[in-house]
Each structure stands twice: as structure tokens, then as C-alpha cells.
Design a protein around this ligand. Structure first.
Ligand code: IPD
Ligand code: CA
Ligand code: CA
Length: 263
């Protein structure tokens, strides 16, 4: 496990915000049966979680900037540090009572992601990585999978939702190309945890388009520190700038890029 002062700050903030999220997740099940549904309640839970993360991190590291999903950009006097925060990644899962969601926090220093944390309060799984220090799930060091053969590879992906209909044809073509070669495909609904699954060797690779920095910044570091490869979905080296990603072990990452390009 990483025990730096920075990681202590990040884990303390995530655990505190995670307690609230876990309580609220318990409530969602009760609201599920009401006609109005838990929509407003969930968006409040999301905002409360972000407020806690913001307060805790701003208190511990005054002056750092923020790039958050709900509040947007909050600039700080310290121009070399920016937190990228998704307080609730996997909102649709949370809303439907599926325990696959996470808090995602990454720290950018002088243009490089130097620390990442992904925490699922429902399962109490804490994933952390710091540049050059490796990647961990709770106390276990993570390593990407060793499988080299696409016919044995389990591939994660993200399906563009109803509001992104323009992205559906391309996704279907890419999915078709992957289905023709990989053993099977999964769509679990939280990009941060998809990347944690790559880092932990559960998926051989994963790709998605239409993401934001807070969805993937922590997970990118986690995969790289677990010995994996990360690029954008077209093989370029800047997933954060393009909002697309392809991550995996060395072999399947390369093959997956080839399949996507052929679609
Ligand atoms: C979403 C999840 C999902 C991905 C979407 C994201 P949200 O984040 O990560 O897996 O497919 O593109 O927007 O909305 O649950 O924070
Ligand atoms: Ca997200
Ligand atoms: Ca979110």
C-alpha cells in the first residue's frame, strides 16, 4: 500500500465522502418503488459527495485547482496542481441499485497525473496509484493480465447512452469487430472501475469514447503503474485530450487498437 502524505489526504477524503455515498445508496433501494423514482435524490447525493471531497482536499492542500464534474473548474493560486474529481462514477448503476460505482480522484502536477484513487464504497474496494510507486487494490499490488491471445481475452467497453445516439453506429461497428475475435465483452457502467479491472488483470483490455478527464485520469495511472498500456482509442498518446481511451496489457492493447481501427 502507498503511505505517502498525499495518499493519506486522498484516502481520508474518499473515505469520508464514501460514507455519505454508501448511506445514500441504501436509501435508493427504498425510493426505487416510488413513482417519482430516486432521480433527484441521487443527484443530491452526487453533489453532497463532491462538496465533501472539495472541502477536505481544499483544506489539506490549499491553493490547488479543481476540475470537478458537478461544479466544474475552480482555479487556485497554485497553477501547477489540479484535482480531477468524479464524485460518483457509475451514476446509472447507483440509481438502479447496482453496487458498481466509485469516487474517482486524480492529481495533476505540471501537466502529469501523479496520483490516482478510485473507491467503491459499496464493496469497500480502494484502488490507489502514485507515479513510480505501483498500483494497489486495498493492500494487494496490482498487475495487468498476462494473456496474449485475443480469443481468450475479456474486453471491457462503454456503451454510449440514449442521449448520445450519434455515437451509436460507430460503437456498434467497433463492438462487432471485437465480438468477432475476443472471447467476450463486458459493460459494467463505471469507467473508473473498468480501468481498475484492467489494472487488476480481470479485463485484458478496455476501450471507450466520449469520456471526461475525471472519468479516466485516476484509472490511467492505475493501469500504467500495474504494467499496462494506455492510449486514446485511435492509438494516440493523449486520452485526456481526446476523451477516448484504450487500455490493456501490452499484447491485447495493441490487438484491440487494430480491431477498432478496422471497424
Ligand atoms: C459515466 C460512466 C460510464 C461511461 C460514461 C460516463 P457517470 O460516468 O463512467 O461507464 O460509459 O461515459 O459518463 O455519468 O456515471 O459519472
Ligand atoms: Ca463519470
Ligand atoms: Ca459522475
Amino acid at each position: 500500500m502507498i503511505r505517502s502524505a498525499l495518499m493519506n489526504v486522498m484516502t481520508a477524503a474518499a473515505l469520508k465522502a464514501g460514507r455519505g455515498l454508501k448511506r445514500d445508496f441504501g436509501e435508493v433501494e427504498n425510493l426505487q418503488v416510488s413513482l417519482k423514482g430516486p432521480g433527484d435524490f441521487v443527484s443530491l447525493a452526487d453533489k453532497k459527495c463532491e462538496a465533501t471531497l472539495y472541502e477536505e482536499l481544499a483544506k489539506a492542500r490549499p491553493g490547488y485547482g479543481f476540475n470537478m464534474e458537478e461544479r466544474g473548474i475552480v482555479e487556485g493560486p497554485d497553477k501547477s496542481h489540479v484535482w480531477h474529481i468524479d464524485p460518483l462514477d457509475g451514476t446509472t448503476n447507483f440509481l438502479h441499485g447496482l453496487p458498481i460505482f466509485a469516487i474517482s480522484i486524480a492529481l495533476e502536477r505540471d501537466g502529469h497525473i501523479v496520483a490516482g484513487l478510485i473507491y467503491n464504497p459499496a464493496t469497500d474496494d480502494m484502488y490507489v496509484a502514485e507515479k513510480g510507486q505501483g498500483a494497489f487494490q486495498n493492500n494487494r499490488r496490482l498487475r495487468v493480465s498476462a494473456r496474449r491471445d485475443m480469443s481468450e481475452a475479456l474486453i471491457g467497453c462503454g456503451v454510449p447512452h440514449l442521449g448520445k445516439a450519434a455515437a451509436h453506429p460507430r460503437f456498434k461497428a467497433e463492438l462487432g469487430a471485437v465480438m468477432a475475435r475476443a472471447v467476450n465483452v463486458r459493460r459494467l457502467g463505471a469507467a473508473s472501475l473498468d480501468l481498475a479491472d484492467v489494472a487488476a488483470g480481470r479485463y485484458e483490455a478496455y476501450w471507450e469514447r466520449g469520456l471526461q478527464s475525471w472519468d479516466m485520469a485516476a484509472g490511467i495511472l492505475l493501469v500504467r503503474e500495474a504494467g499496462g498500456y494506455v492510449s486514446d482509442a485511435d492509438g494516440g498518446d493523449n486520452p485526456l485530450a481526446t476523451g477516448t481511451i484504450c487500455a490493456g496489457n501490452e499484447y491485447i492493447h495493441r490487438q484491440l487498437l487494430g480491431l477498432i481501427a478496422s471497424a
